[in-house]
Design a protein around this ligand. Structure first.
Ligand code: PSU
Ligand code: MN
Length: 304
């Protein structure tokens, strides 16, 4: 059995049966610049606490799987250079080699399941990249959602992706995509896209119930809750589209590939929007943390 290191707060929550929300760390190390990354991580943890749940940020540090980071560990991770980006394929190797790595959506789901945590909040999941018909670049996040029973709250798939193809793959894999409180699928920095969401739910209790129902049906995998960024913080899709296209073109021109693609594009979009993309990103992650905490609380009162 793998030894999991819990933070003091998560240990106490487990002992007392309190609701816990998993949080990823790649968004800290690869998704946002220092010091906003550390600041956001703290705000997101506080949002979970303010909604009566306990935050568990996950990462691999010196070959140990951590579920819940102490404040100093979080601070160090946020400033560390050369931290690995761990997905399903890399996690075991990093643990075996005594390395340090941040967990993506896929790896955080794996850690959450091991720790018995059923709800996880992030910004946006990885998915099918634009041009995937040539690059074959499809995030392992989608396959993880198909097999690991964790409800993931995100602001949809990142808008830098080919979102219609991402939806198709999720449908093929049998992953429920549920928009929260609206009919259209959120588009990460923008509250709505031109695409209708496959499913819609309007309250946390119903989402919790659907999570349990999948298990009762014997279905593996989780569900994706697509929670729109608050209107006051959004950047409309018409404004984002040309910026996204430019960032992707630059990534292509510079031959950026594989794991480096998403961090490169997010970084360029941050520069091209003069930081506005980051402000929207922070707002949407916080909003997702609040909803995830409410779902975790709703799950805690449901019996199996
Ligand atoms: N959401 C964000 N910023 C991020 C990510 C998600 O707002 O940096 C990360 C997540 O960890 C996600 C990963 O799992 O990007 C997807 O990477 P890839 O496209 O290489 O699978
Ligand atoms: Mn990829």
């Amino acid at each position: 059995m793998i030894e999991i290191r819990y933070s003091a707060e998560v240990s106490a929550a487990r002992a007392n049966g309190m609701p816990i929300v998993a949080l990823e760390s790649t968004i800290i190390t690869h998704g946002m610049p220092w010091p906003q990354n550390a600041e956001t991580a703290r705000l997101v943890e506080a949002d979970v606490r303010a909604n009566d749940a306990v935050p568990a940020t996950t990462a691999v540090i010196d070959g140990c799987l951590h579920v819940g980071l102490e404040s100093e560990q979080l601070n160090q991770l946020a400033q560390a250079k050369g931290v690995a980006k761990l997905s399903r394929a890399d996690m075991a190797a990093c643990l075996a080699g005594g390395g340090t790595g941040a967990t993506t959506v896929a790896a955080t789901m794996i850690a959450a399941r091991l720790a018995g945590i059923e709800v996880f909040a992030t910004g946006g999941i990885g998915g099918v990249h634009r041009g995937a018909e040539n690059s074959f670049d499809i995030s392992a996040d989608l396959y993880e959602l198909a097999q690991t029973p964790v409800t993931v709250v995100a602001a949809g798939a990142k808008a830098i992706l080919d979102v219609p193809k991402t939806l198709e793959v999720l449908e093929t894999l049998g992953v429920p995509v549920i928009a929260y409180g609206q009919d259209s699928l959120p588009a990460f920095w923008s509250a709505s896209s031109r695409l209708p969401a496959p499913l819609r739910m309007d309250d946390a209790a119903q989402i919790a119930c659907a999570h349990k129902m999948r298990a009762a049906l014997g279905l593996p995998g989780g569900q994706l809750i697509a929670n729109p960024v608050p209107k006051a913080d959004e950047i409309p899709q018409s404004e984002m589209d040309p910026i996204i296209v430019r960032a992707i073109d630059e990534a292509d021109a510079q031959g950026i590939q594989g794991k480096a693609v998403t961090p490169f594009i997010l970084g360029r979009i941050f520069e091209l929007t003069e930081g506005r993309s980051l402000a929207a990103n922070v707002a949407l992650v916080r909003n997702n943390a609040r909803l995830a905490a409410r779902i975790a609380c709703a799950l805690a009162v449901l019996t199996d």
